[in-house]
Structures are given as C-alpha cells and as structure tokens.
Design a protein around this ligand. Structure first.
Ligand SMILES: C[S@@+](CC[C@H](N)C(=O)[O-])C[C@H]1O[C@@H](n2cnc3c(N)ncnc32)[C@H](O)[C@@H]1O
Length: 249
C-alpha cells in the first residue's frame, strides 16, 4: 500500500483487526520508529508448555518497503510472531536447555505422542529430552556414554543404559515406536544410524537433530528429505543444526 505521509500510514495500520508486529526494515528507520510509536503493538508473552497447546496469537506483520510504501501480512504463516518461540522455562528439573527443542516440536504440533508410545532417546545425557519424553510416553530407553542427571534417572519409566548409541542393536528395543536422537555426530553418521533403525527395527517415527560444523550441508539434507512423510525444520530453538522429523501417517 502506498501512503503520502505518516498519519496516513498510521491510519491504515490502525484500521486493521488485531495488533501489529513490526518486521525490521532497512528503509528509513526514523519513519518506521515514529509510526510504531503511534500503534498499540502485540506484546510477546512467553508460552506455557502444555499438550495440546492452547496458545493463540492473533496479529498482523508490517514493514516499510519504501518511504511511501507499506507491506502488510494479515495472515502470517508462522503461528508465532516472526517465528518467535520463547517458553516459560522450567528452571528446576531439566539439567540443560536442550529440552526446549522438544517442547517446540510438541507445541507446534509437528508430532503427536501418546501414552501407548515407547521412545528411545539416543545421545540423551544429561537428560533434557528424556525428561520431556518420560512425561509424554509410557517408557523411555535413554542411551548415552555419559551419565544421566540423577533427578532424571530416578523417574520410574526411564531405562538408562551407558553405551555407544551406534553399536546398540535395534532388536533389543522391540517395543519402541519412536526414535529420538540429539547425538553429537556428523550428518553422515546420523543418516547411517537412521537407515540402520529403519532396516532392523519396527520404529517408524523419528525426531533427530542434524548438527553441522560450519556451513549447512544441503546435499545430506536432500538424503534425509527422501524419507517419505519426513520434514526438515530449523526450529527457533535450533542453533547450527536442523531437526529432521518423520511421523508415520
Ligand atoms: C547435545 S548432547 C544431548 C543433550 C540431550 N538431548 C539432552 O536433552 O540433555 C549430545 C550427547 O551425545 C552423546 N554422544 C555422542 N556420541 C555418542 C555415542 N557414540 N554414543 C552415545 N552417546 C553419544 C554425548 O555424550 C552427549 O551427551
């Protein structure tokens, strides 16, 4: 939309339903700042983790394309303003912040877990993911060469084993329905592991962090994306890694 002066721009934005969120624009920052001063913007609230999630942000996004041109998106693709996804964190039990990745996967509905599920968590130490999973499924096999945090280990539905996750035989875990992996390893090694579990187990559902050293390797991501019903997401909570998710339909 074009506008001739600041008041016109403010009038356009104030006329929209819901509150606005400003997408930073390189165009005339003083002008956008002064327009923002006139608007009631959406306040970002931390999300309470609950499944199913009850969050419901209603907002539009706007920015300046030119000094006389506004762009507005009234139905943003992201459920969260600008992909923002900050949780009301649990500062007590989880031993690190890795659990936030699984909270995001569950909150955004990328996967659905049930109490009928049994999960294996590879590369699980100190236990953030295992802790989240233990609340969602009936049993969690938790595997790492490093120990689990003692508060996590004492949960009755967690079966921890100290071993090399790449050497663990899938046949030992016949009741598993989900495989989770946050192992630090090359994408190639993770792909080998996923193929092994696809071939040697009944597990059909996966959530795996694909971690990079330096640049993202798009060729290996193409290999992961060949698995049917799978997707690759860069979560808000991911750093130099992406999350590969496969849930059987
Ligand atoms: C990023 S941490 C996992 C954090 C975990 N998801 C959590 O929420 O606490 C990566 C883990 O991979 C484990 N790891 C790396 N190579 C492994 C291997 N060959 N077998 C088992 N665990 C391994 C490391 O010991 C480390 O604990």
């Amino acid at each position: 939309m074009t506008f001739t002066n600041k008041s016109e721009a403010v009038k356009i934005l104030k006329g929209l339903p819901n509150r606005g969120v400003f997408l930073p624009s390189p165009v005339n920052n003083p002008l956008s700042a002064s327009i923002r001063n006139e608007l009631r913007e959406l306040k970002l609230k931390r999300i309470k983790f609950e499944t199913p999630s009850k969050f419901n942000f209603k907002y539009f996004v706007w920015t300046l394309f030119k000094e006389n041109q506004l762009a507005v998106c009234e139905q943003p693709f992201s459920q969260f303003p600008l992909g923002w996804n900050e949780f009301d964190e649990d500062k007590g039990t989880p031993p690190n912040r890795a659990y936030l990745k699984l909270w995001e996967v569950l909150t955004l509905g990328y996967i659905q877990l049930s109490k009928d599920d049994v999960a294996i968590d590879l590369g699980s130490s100190p236990g953030g993911w295992t802790w989240v999973l233990s609340q969602q499924v009936s049993k969690v096999y938790s595997i790492d060469k490093a120990p689990l945090d003692k508060n996590i280990l004492k949960q009755s539905n967690i079966v921890y084993s100290s071993e090399d996750a790449f050497a663990a035989s899938p046949q030992r875990f016949k009741d598993c329905t989900w495989l989770f992996s946050d192992i630090i390893c090359t994408p190639e090694k993770l792909l080998w592991l996923v193929n092994k579990w696809q071939d040697e187990s009944a597990v059909k559902n996966f959530v795996c962090s694909i971690k990079f050293k330096g640049m993202c390797d798009f060729d290996i991501l193409k290999e992961f994306s060949k698995f049917p019903d799978s997707k690759i997401i860069h979560l808000y909570q991911n750093k130099n890694e992406v999350t590969w998710i496969k849930q059987e339909k």
